[in-house]
Ligand binder design. Structure first.
Ligand code: NAD
Ligand code: UDP
Length: 328
């Protein structure tokens, strides 16, 4: 057959849409999906994501990219949809809060509509932020949360909560096959150096010998999950039987406060950086740790990369990046 491009595809090959595919998590996800023989359409409009995260795959016949804003309906063909489109860093999602809510809510409606037409499975990248500043610790999926509906983080928290509502309404009303993952703070290579999240900030600051910017007194705590573990969890959740819908916490149970994180980053980088305290942003949660009993039971999943190892890989990544592209 001259002229026709033919390549053998494994029988289990699926066509998978990843919205937000040019972002931090999306880029790891589609790489893993392609390595498993699937065809991926990355849908992104490069708000916080970067073309640098996708450029190495542009020649791959199993990879396509579409510049598209998910607040606008999308008509493509697919077997599965991972809905990741949404800025995830507080400095980004609070910059244009109206667009953040639109992305979560209109984006969910459009992607659920697409999944309904295609009878496709759809996974929502929800967040531990649905628990707000939690009064239950650790947070299990049955906890309804403690969210300020009118604060600066509400565009993200309430947008994601409404997206969860839409997922479950489409499931009940239209029998859609849904999966809702509540992702806890995730870090690793390919975070943007200006992303604003604590791990990338501290690592970049330490490598550059700049002050480490702790917000508040640093007593607030988070539980950090390495990106490879998180991606395993998302794919396992997508592949569960139809009666497994979530919401399901995906995160690492190891909790530490921001001050201890700063000390660890300084130790691992051998940096001479000093700590500088800045005001704590409004509604910044005081602590956050997932109860992952459900993921253990239903996915057989738990994190395997400890914080020192994951930070080591992240530091190596930023060290290389900052040498290649010197950064302000
Ligand atoms: P990211 O900011 O690196 O990536 C988000 C991607 O979505 C970017 O490429 C951005 O350009 C794209 N995007 C934003 N709005 C869009 C729109 N309207 N249309 C099309 N594309 C759009 O963030 P991330 O860390 O990769 O997070 C991915 C998803 O996971 C987000 O939905 C986020 O809420 C969720 N999540 C992430 C974390 C984490 O720690 N990384 C924690 C909880 C939830
Ligand atoms: N934080 C900090 N310094 C920074 C960036 C963040 O002290 O340079 C704090 C922030 O106030 C929060 C925690 O680190 O308490 C995690 O922030 P991040 O933006 O990574 O994620 P969040 O869990 O708030 O969404």
């Amino acid at each position: 057959m001259q002229g026709a491009r033919v390549y053998a595809a494994p029988l289990s090959t699926r066509r998978i849409v990843v919205t937000g595919g040019a972002g931090f998590l999306g880029s790891h996800l589609y790489e893993r999906l392609i390595s498993r023989g699937h065809e991926v359409l990355c849908v992104d409009y490069f708000y916080t994501g970067s073309k640098a995260n996708v450029v190495h795959l542009l020649g791959n016949p199993n990879f396509e990219i579409l510049r598209h804003d998910v607040t606008i309906p999308l008509y493509v063909e697919a077997d599965e949809i991972y809905n990741l489109a949404c800025p995830a860093s507080p400095i980004h999602y609070t910059t244009d809060p109206v667009q953040t809510t639109k992305t979560s809510v209109h984006g969910a409606i459009n992607m659920l509509g697409l999944a309904k037409r295609l009878k496709a499975r759809i996974l929502q990248a929800s967040t531990s932020e649905v628990y707000g500043n939690p009064e239950q610790h650790p947070q299990s999926e049955g906890y309804w949360g403690h969210v300020n509906p009118i604060g600066p983080r509400a565009c993200y928290d309430e947008g994601k909560r409404c997206a969860e509502t839409l997922f479950f309404d489409y499931h009940r009303q239209h029998q859609l096959r849904i999966k809702v993952a509540r992702i806890f703070n995730t870090y690793g290579p390919r975070m943007h150096p200006d992303d604003g999240r604590v791990v990338s900030n501290f690592v970049v600051q330490a490598l550059q010998g700049k002050d480490i910017t702790i917000y508040g007194d640093g007593s607030q705590a988070r539980s950090f999950c390495y990106v490879d573990d998180l991606i395993d969890g998302l794919i396992l959740l997508m592949e569960t039987p139809d009666d497994v819908t979530g919401p399901m916490n995906i995160g690492n149970e190891h909790e530490l406060n921001v001050r201890d994180l700063a000390a660890l980053v300084i130790e691992l980088t051998g940096s001479k950086s000093e700590i500088k305290l800045h005001p704590l942003p409004l509604d910044d949660p005081t602590h956050r740790r997932p109860d992952i009993t459900l993921a253990r039971e239903q996915l057989g999943w738990e994190p395997t990369v400890d914080l020192r190892a994951g930070l080591g890989r992240t530091i190596d990544y930023f060290d290389r990046l900052l040498r290649e592209v010197p950064h302000g």
